[in-house]
Design a protein around this ligand. Sequence first.
Ligand code: GDP
Ligand code: MG
Length: 330
Amino acid sequence: MGLFEKLRKGLKKTRTEGMTAQVDSVLESHEKITDELFDELEEVLIMGDVGFPTAERVIGDLKEKIANDNITSVPEVRETLKDIVAGVVWGGSYLSLRTKPSVILVIGVNGVGKTTTIGKLAMRLKSMGRSVVLGAADTFRAGAIEQLQVWADRAQVPLVKHGEGADPAAVVYDTIQSGKAKNADVIIIDTAGRLHNKKNLMDELNKISRVIDRELPDASRETLLVLDATTGQNAVNQAKDFKEAAGITGIILTKLDGTARGGVVLAINNELDVPVKFIGVGEQIDDLQPFDAEAFASAMFDLTPAHGEDDSIKEFMHSNDPEPEEKEEK
Ligand code: GDP
Ligand code: MG
């Protein structure tokens, strides 16, 4: 199955039960483009996990484009809406991994898919010829270290671990030393998602961050926040909390396959201004896909992407490419 086909399949629930289904039923009940049509569309977008501020923007953009392009038929509204969605969602699989070693710090609350995502990333990087060292800095949750060990074995990459309850910052320190000694390309750090309360969690992440700053001051670093799409607006709120406390460089949205709430991608992009770098559309290794706005919007509306299906989703990551222009954010 091609990547686009997997994406299409992964977004099936959103298409048949979620945002797209509701948009379609509104469009079917109108023969002319009226204010009422726009109001109803805005309403279903809000219900479809897009949220109020983003739905307002989408409908505003839609009205403008329909007026500018002299669109008069309701079926054309659907395709125009797809174009607007493709313009609202943004991201890309670009990971800044320019130094040797580079660091990927993976954060997020419990159960969102951090460890699984790290396993998939490690296997992909390995298959691209990169050497990887994993650090098991989730020492809080019982079984977390063993779970990462299973992925490390599968990917055949070394894992640095201490015992349960150990200081995560000490694990990070050792992982960095090991990565340096092995001349590794990428160090990936798993972290705990729940430490009694939010302040505790953020303090822990800050401590880890300081160790990386000190031990690898000039290294490329990605701080990837993992969010579970099935939690809808809750995911947006988590992203706001983490963004405030830890500088996030990208978002990985998992479990899109199990949910009708794919509309949440729009809210995350629009409200947070952080790129979505990967999405999870299943539990297989290649179900972690680089994010492509045009392919995503097309899959959501069951249309063919403007750039074609075959090359619709570029290969996993281009870590040697020149750095794209990025919004400065700290
Ligand atoms: P962590 O607590 O953040 O480390 O989360 P885990 O990596 O342990 O994942 C929690 C559960 O979510 C596991 O059962 C994973 O298999 C599952 N999971 C992760 N990503 C995806 C995805 O994209 N789709 C589906 N369906 N399940 C996923
Ligand atoms: Mg975990």
